[in-house]
Design a protein around this ligand. Structure first.
Ligand code: FES
Length: 343
């Protein structure tokens, strides 16, 4: 391996972007492309998400830290981070962008892979700690992928460092001094490029941020509601509260999403001709939004596969969610046919 085109643990110069790809075999290239793109996307997506840094929304990083902390072996660390949720959220997003960008550009690959592994280990010990079986939690797979990439990169850099030391031993003192100065400048410029690129991408992503869910209003249909437990039965006149929708707008066995001012995203399910129930859509595992599956008549969480039965007070029947979805008390106004939130 030539002296140029090598990055260094110690004694080897940093490669160009093209060389950094050339020196890797296909297994490492595939891992690198996938992990780099995924981390870059994840960081950008967080900053473009209107809710991630906005308290009062279900996707707010503060809520996620609280949810992740339940039963996690690193609960105290998450509680600490929960004292500064905005800073934590911003730091997580920027680190993900920096790791993704640095990995794709081949800047400090060992450091980037170590950081990527650390990020996924934290997620594994928190967000997906309760996922059973473990392979349903994506963070375990990512952690293994980063570990494999890290080992591969360390091997390449060791080999490169040995080659560089051997080449330097045969070169002139002046040439070695020149190479050292050049390397210092290059490393500095590359570090600056990575920091600048991270900030610019972060700012662009933030520019695409929309309005937070809670401020943007209802998800569907007329929605003003309040929370509490359980299902309404037959029409119970006269009902006072906030109207959600008229009963005939929801087919039997169907559901409609709405926005609750206290609990945020919610779902109203028509369990039978004259029986409805409403629940928060915020998964009790880690805060993702559940969706109603009309064929299965269940509420599913897309993140880690939790399933809730709306006919059984939204009890979790599969997956990692520890508790039922919070219920919202509703009844049907006999005179108007409107489904009303009564709390
Ligand atoms: S957030 Fe993990 S199952 Fe819903």
């Amino acid at each position: 391996m030539s002296q140029r085109g090598v990055t260094g643990l110690r004694g080897a110069s940093a490669p160009t972007v093209a060389k950094s790809w050339e020196r890797q075999g296909w297994p490492l290239r595939i891992l690198r492309a996938f992990l780099g793109v995924t981390f870059l996307y994840a960081g950008i997506q967080k900053l473009a998400d209107a809710n991630f840094l906005h308290s009062g929304t279900p996707d707010f990083i503060g809520n996620q830290l609280n949810a992740f902390g339940q039963g996690s072996p690193i609960a105290s660390l998450l509680r600490l981070a929960g004292h500064a949720p905005l800073l934590t959220g911003l730091a997580v997003a920027l680190v993900e962008i920096a790791v993704g960008l640095g990995t794709l550009l081949g800047i400090a690959p060992v450091a980037e892979a170590s950081m990527g592994l650390a990020v996924n280990m934290v997620l594994l010990l928190s967000a997906t700690w309760h996922v059973h079986p473990y392979f349903l939690g994506s963070d375990s797979i990512y952690a293994v992928a980063w570990a494999a990439y890290l080992v591969g990169e360390v091997g390449i850099e060791r080999k490169a460092a040995r080659a560089a030391r051997a080449a330097a031993a045969h070169g002139s003192r002046r040439a070695r001094q020149h190479a050292g100065e050049g390397m210092g400048r290059r490393e500095f410029l590359r570090g600056g490029l990575l920091a600048g690129g991270t900030v610019v991408l972060g700012m662009i992503a933030s520019g695409f941020r929309g309005r937070p869910a809670s401020a943007a209003g209802a998800i569907t249909t007329p929605s003003r509601t309040t929370p509490s437990p359980s299902a309404g039965q037959t029409p119970t006149p006269p009902a006072s509260g906030n109207a959600i929708v008229t009963l005939d707008q929801v087919p039997v066995g169907g559901a409609i999403n709405f926005n609750d001012p206290s609990q945020g995203p919610a779902v109203l399910v028509r369990l039978a001709q004259d029986k409805v129930a409403a629940y928060s859509r915020v998964c009790t595992h880690a805060g993702c939004l559940v969706e109603y599956d009309q064929r299965a008549k269940l509420l599913f969480c897309p993140c880690h596969g939790a399933e809730f039965d709306p006919s059984q007070h939204a009890q979790p029947i599969a997956g990692p969610a520890p508790t039922p979805l919070p219920a919202i008390p509703v009844t049907v106004d006999a005179s108007t046919g409107q489904v009303v939130a009564t709390a």
